[in-house]
Design a protein around this ligand. Structure first.
Ligand code: ZN
Ligand code: ZN
Length: 142
């Protein structure tokens, strides 16, 4: 990935994020969980080492509505800010839509490709994995 340092902010601007290390992976996620959380027909995330993330002000308590995943939202405007998965404990996932440098975060793969809406056609040649692609994602964390 590029060595861009990323910044991000929520819809209302109450929360800003700074990512001090390059993204480890950038992926679309077509799972129903991410779709519902973001409100879009497909979610996309950049994965960073957990220690690279600084939130101003510090992140509120996470919410967990599905086993194995914690998600943070802005308490003022509700914007999705970050997610963490139990099986990838060293990583934090930031939605591409809140990044200030979205052009520098091109997705590298599709996760849960089998769950994409039937009418959604993204014309790329990226790998399409069924399920969480956890092996690919955790390899990138090493
Ligand atoms: Zn906000
Ligand atoms: Zn997902």
């Amino acid at each position: 990935m590029s060595d861009t340092a990323f910044t991000a902010r929520c819809y209302c601007g109450a929360v800003t994020l700074t990512l001090s290390a390059p993204a480890q992976t950038v992926a679309y996620c077509h799972c129903r969980d991410c779709r519902r959380w973001t409100g879009g027909p497909v979610a996309a995330f950049a994965a960073f080492d957990r220690t690279a993330l600084t939130a101003t002000p510090p992140l509120p308590a996470p919410a967990s509505h599905s086993a194995g995943v914690e998600r943070w939202n802005c308490t003022a405007c509700g914007s999705p800010l970050a997610a963490q998965f139990d099986y990838l404990p060293t990583q934090v996932y930031v939605p591409l839509g809140i990044l200030d440098q979205i052009d520098a975060a091109a997705p590298q793969l599709h996760c849960h490709a089998e769950s994409a809406p039937r009418w959604l056609h993204i014309a790329d040649d990226l790998p399409r994995q069924t399920g969480s692609a956890r092996d690919t994602l955790s390899d990138a964390a090493e």
